[in-house]
Structures are given as C-alpha cells and as structure tokens.
Design a protein. Structure first.
Length: 201
C-alpha cells in the first residue's frame, strides 16, 4: 500500500488516533514497567451493533488491532474464521457495507493473533441481540494485573485497572480514568497488603 501511494504521489493517512489517548499512555507505561507482569492475553471486541461482523471489524476493529500492536508489538501469526448466518462465509456473499469501506463479508468474526512470548490476542464481533455497543474495547490480562479499556457511546473512554493479589489471585478493582480526567493530572500511589488482600490508594 505504501509503495503504491509513493508511486502515484498519493498521501496515505491512518486515523488510529486512540494510541495518543492519555489513558493509553498510562497503560503502555504500566506494561513497559512490568507492573502488569507478563502480558498473556489481549481481548478485543467490536461494537457488535447492526454492523457486527465484517463492517464492524473494518470500521472499529482496526482501532483494536492498532492498540494491540502499539502495546505489545507486531503479531507473528494470525488465524481467523468468518461466518455468515451460522455457516462458513463464502466469497460470493461479500457485499458493500453502509459505510464507504469497500466489500465486507460475514456477520460473525473471530480472530486470534500470536505475539512475541506468551501473548495471545483475540478479536470478536457479531450482530449482538443483547448488549450491542457495550462491549467495545479491549481487556489486557497480565500475570500481575488486568486492565479494561472501554469506549462508551458519548465518545469518551474509560480505563479501569486492577491488580491481582499475589497470594489469593483475587482481582482488585483499583482505579478508573474517564473523560472528565482528560485535562487533569492524577497521581495515584498503590500498594497491596498481602495480609488482608486489599489495595491502599
């Protein structure tokens, strides 16, 4: 794609602006500093609204893919399955979506990505009958902590961070950032008391 743009003197722009979110900066620092331990899994979901499947993946899923790459690097392999009406989708079933993104296929897509080390990424989208739009985001699971990123309908985003108790393996919900904190500096000091299994802030 880059070569084609250079050959024809066409600008190529990527609209993956989420990686510049202050919440993502916090998340990336937590990973780089080892505070979440080894990252073993990243779970991403599309909006799963009427666009669920191919259109959801092309419009919103690419933002999830970009965040995965931004946080843990490039994938080394990928495996995916595309279904249409409960069966394996056929090329002949491809159609134009409601948005100008080219041909799309499938109403149910599951994809897995293998990153360096133990890290596995998954992406899931379908036309949800219940909870459409509420699962859009990504969960990052480490050996020491879990982070949930969410993108809500108002256009704001949330970042919920929890650490795993070293003895009980209990996940403790720690703190959350939302759109109201976008222009504020927040300093949080946290430690775990292994005797009572609680987080102190």
């Amino acid at each position: 794609m880059v070569a084609a743009c250079e050959k024809h003197h066409v600008k190529c722009a990527l609209a993956h602006q989420t990686r510049y979110s202050p919440r993502v900066k916090v998340l990336r620092e937590l990973i780089r500093e080892g505070k979440l331990g080894d990252i073993v899994e990243l779970r991403g979901n599309g909006k799963e609204d009427p666009r669920g499947g191919g259109e959801d993946m092309m419009v919103l899923g690419t933002h999830i893919f970009d965040l995965m790459r931004h946080l843990v690097g490039d994938a080394r392999w990928c495996f995916a399955r595309i279904n249409q009406n409960g069966k394996k989708a056929l090329v002949s079933e491809a159609q134009q979506g409601k948005e100008p993104i080219g041909p799309i296929l499938g109403d149910h897509i599951t994809a897995q990505f293998g990153f360096d080390g133990l890290t596995l990424g998954t992406f899931f989208t379908h036309k949800a009958k219940v909870g459409a739009g509420k699962r859009y985001g990504m969960e990052i699971r480490g050996t020491k902590g879990i982070v949930q990123t969410g993108f809500v309908r108002s256009g704001s985003s949330t970042l919920t961070i929890g650490f795993i108790h070293p003895e009980t393996a209990e996940v403790i919900r720690l703190w959350a950032l939302d759109a109201n904190l976008l222009h504020h500096t927040v300093e949080v000091t946290v430690w775990l008391d292994p005797k009572i299994g609680r987080a102190h802030v």
